[in-house]
Design a protein around this ligand. Structure first.
Ligand SMILES: [Zn+2]
Length: 330
């Protein structure tokens, strides 16, 4: 039997749910992923990830009495004052699930709920691409676009409903509609679905260039085109794909340069499926950002890709649980 203290960690994201176990050092030792089914409601998803966590504990021979705390990473807005998920744009019903109370009832330990991007930032700052930097800004480009800022190893928590919402900075007031209700947000062009939608918008504006594009040929002109295919066509030299990617990244660069000017992070870590899809994307983003950063800050930061990738949020949830339990990280 394993006698050291343990932490449970959860993640609910755009496409998956994850349960993980960490030991004294807060590093995840086991993780299990449940793919969400289209049409699933929050209560069902929560039940299935809870079952997975119980199986993990049983497999590892860990008793409930050995758990010290639980971290829960939520892919949406979290109300910190009530420790509850508030709004999720990917799956209905989370606002009605009191995950902290249910987990506390089941495992008898404190539960800490936090937004997934903040936890990914925390994980990258401790064990990933932000290690050894005093301040880390993390941005995810995936199903959505979100951000988190870690200073001296702690999440910078400023508002009851969060902060650092880089995905909803308006960078093009005439741009596409965003799921938040505004128009021209970073997320509306630079998330995976946003890039696909931006491709459609630009195809309507530049029909002849679109019709000559490999993207139109491959899909017989059908929309939407997936972000992965847009990136691969851009890498292969397609001119229309280049227009889509460069214009999207120019808008993202405006928001990221402003973020660097405001927060002066030592390290900017780019994660998410789209964000980690291409070294060329990261390199172009870096080139576009630099001229918009205040000259005297330009040498102070570096832009790097996530190293923890898929595991970042769950790892961050374990670190938060450990920090709140007063466990020093090794
Ligand atoms: Zn928005």
């Amino acid at each position: 039997m394993n006698a050291e203290p343990h932490f449970l960690a959860f993640e609910t994201g755009g496409t998956k749910l994850v349960a993980g176990i960490a030991g004294r050092d807060a590093r995840l030792s086991r993780m299990a992923v449940v793919r969400r089914m289209k049409g699933d409601k929050a209560a069902e998803s929560f039940r299935s990830v809870l079952e997975v966590a119980e199986d993990l504990l049983a497999d590892e021979g860990i008793r409930t009495s050995q758990l010290h705390a639980i971290g829960f990473g939520f892919g949406g807005t979290v109300q910190r004052s009530t420790n509850r998920p508030d709004l999720c744009l990917h799956e209905e019903g989370w606002e009605d699930v009191d995950v902290a109370s249910e987990l506390k009832l089941r495992f008898q330990v404190p539960v800490h709920v936090e937004n997934d991007c903040k936890l990914a930032a925390l994980a990258e700052a401790h064990f990933g691409a932000g290690k050894d930097a005093r301040s880390v800004f993390y941005i995810t480009l995936g199903t959505g676009v979100g951000g988190g800022f870690v200073l001296d190893g702690q999440i910078l928590a400023l508002g009851d409903l969060g902060e650092t919402e880089i995905g909803h900075i308006v960078v093009d007031p005439d741009g596409p509609e965003c799921c938040c209700g505004n128009r021209g947000c970073v997320e509306a062009m630079c998330s995976g679905p946003g890039l696909s939608n931006f491709c459609r918008v630009l195809a309507e504006r530049h029909p002849s260039e679109w019709s000559r594009s490999a993207l139109a040929e491959a899909g017989h002109g059908a929309m939407p085109v997936g972000s992965e295919r847009i990136i691969r066509s851009w890498e292969a030299g397609d001119r229309f794909a280049e227009r889509v990617v460069v214009q999207a990244l120019q808008r993202l660069a405006v928001a990221l340069a402003a973020t660097i000017n405001l927060l002066v992070p030592e390290r900017v870590v780019v994660g998410g499926g789209l964000g980690t899809s291409s070294p060329k994307l990261l390199s172009l983003l870096g080139e576009l950002i630099k001229p918009m950063v205040v000259p005297y800050f330009r040498q102070n930061y570096s832009l790097v890709g996530s190293t923890l990738r898929e595991g970042a949020v769950t790892q961050g949830a374990a670190i938060l649980a450990s920090q709140r339990a007063g466990q020093p990280l090794s």
